[in-house]
Write a new protein. Structure first.
Length: 156
């Protein structure tokens, strides 16, 4: 058994055997190759006629692979969260830069919806950013005579 788990396991075992129900304990063991494994033990205390713990019946399951996969998922999630924060931060810097320009800056997604728009464009169109962002640009903000040409571009 992993030395760091021995005392904690002994304490938990003493507490859990005082209850008459199935118990679960997780601990680490080291195999003959010095490789660390995580074990989940499910057991129930069996008492003798004096009410003392005579033995425990249960099972041990090697959950190392599940723990490792979870660790990998958590590390990947952390990287994704950091990448997302970086993207949001860069988007804010880009938006601040766009807002200082006296020209229409408009970024549309592949479907033709407004993704980013600067303050100058909002003033020119007479809308707030929140009112324009996410809206389909050709049918909402372009004169009808030009809208069909723009729509054709997004249908390609």
């Amino acid at each position: 058994m992993h030395p760091g788990d021995l005392i904690a396991l002994a304490k938990k075992f003493k507490l859990t055997t005082s209850k008459d129900e199935n118990q679960e304990i997780m601990f680490q063991i080291t195999d003959t190759n010095n490789k660390l494994h995580y074990v989940q033990s499910t057991f129930r205390a069996i008492y003798d006629a004096n009410g003392e713990v005579a033995r425990c019946d249960g099972t041990n399951k090697d959950i190392t692979e599940a723990i490792r996969k979870n660790e990998t998922l958590l590390a990947t999630r952390k990287k994704l969260v950091n990448a997302y924060k970086l993207i949001i931060n860069n988007q804010k810097h880009l938006q601040n830069y766009f807002d200082t320009l006296p020209s229409i800056i408009l970024i549309l997604n592949k479907q033709g919806n407004v993704g980013i728009i600067n303050d100058f464009a909002c003033k020119l169109y007479g809308y707030k950013k929140e009112e324009m962002t996410g809206k389909y640009f050709p049918s909402n903000f372009v004169p009808n005579r030009l809208a069909t040409k723009i729509v054709y571009y997004f249908l390609k």
